[in-house]
Design a protein around this ligand. Sequence first.
Ligand SMILES: *Cc1c(COP(=O)(O)O)cnc(C)c1O
Length: 379
Amino acid sequence: MGPGPSDIHPRVLNAIGKGTVGHLDPYYLQTMNNLQEMLRKVFKTENELTMAISATGSAGMETTVVNVIEPGDKMLVCINGVFGMRMADVAERAGAEVLTLERPWGEVFTAEDLQPILDAEKPKVVGIVMAETSTGACQPLEEISKLVHANGGLLLVDAVTSLGGMNVEVDKWGIDVIYSGSQKCLSCPPGLAPISFSPAAVEVLNNRKTKVRSWYLDLSMLSSYWSEDRVYHHTAPINMTYALYEALRVILEEGLDNCFDRHLQNHLALKAGLESLGFQYNADPNHQLPMLNAVKIPAGVDDGTIRGGLLKRFGIEIGGGLGAFKGKVWRIGIMGHAARQNNVLTFLGALEQLLAENNYEFSSGSSIAAANAAYATNA
Ligand SMILES: *Cc1c(COP(=O)(O)O)cnc(C)c1O
């Protein structure tokens, strides 16, 4: 129940252990095609250029940035947490002229926030994080997308934590470039980064004047392997592909809407439980992520004692704070296969026991009662 990697569905663990075939084996090529088709469904896009990069979510970030940016291009990065900071660093290394816009951690950006800098600078690319895992804030994208396009830019979105846990509409919202990771709400081990590029973004790739600054992540070569040409680039991580294939099948069998609703119901129950104990959420109440519950650690409660006790005595991992939130915030994940009632109720029960031992005052049993009431109301 941390901020990732999440629990893996047993079917996915079973798939990853199947026999390794060659990266040009007809069985594998068919698996790649089916994987692309399922990724398009989960991303809600018709984008031809939709595939998985052979590395974790951060490589998805680097792939998207390094392919659309040429040295000297202006890229605006919206920063309200750790992953926006990482994106600005990646953009700088890719040779972009990086402009940044900042909001306090836990808050989100409005289109009005972006208007002046878009008007003045007309950046080629605007990068933004949809689910900021360091703060628990959920960034709305539709209005910002319209404004970015009105100013002639491409919208680049980090959907590492959101994909598979809440609605992500690539085509409807006009997202040009998007990346995710296998290890958060897709409930697959870390190791693959799904990406998708709109036709407008592909045109930018085709019109590049300089080579992509990364050989491994150069989409002009990678897309030849993922298309009918099947030109060898690097040896694909065959068994990781099996795992992601099965993880996407699990999600699509449940149905995207059911899957999002399961995340939401478990979030509402967890939130009711935590708030009954006096915990406060970190993110703006109108923009809280379902899959990542970031709460402030109350005064007098020791971060290490409680998180250590949860792990050692109950086998439950939750995340500590990142960056500026170290020692101040807990990040409780209910991502993918982990978004289940038994996890929420076991966690709350264990947390109550540890808080009581550490002389934190609350009404015993209140969090379980509040969570159960939430499950009953929303059932
Ligand atoms: C986890 C995460 C990443 C990085 O993914 P890795 O798999 O750790 O490389 C990037 N962005 C966000 C929002 C994340 O939560």
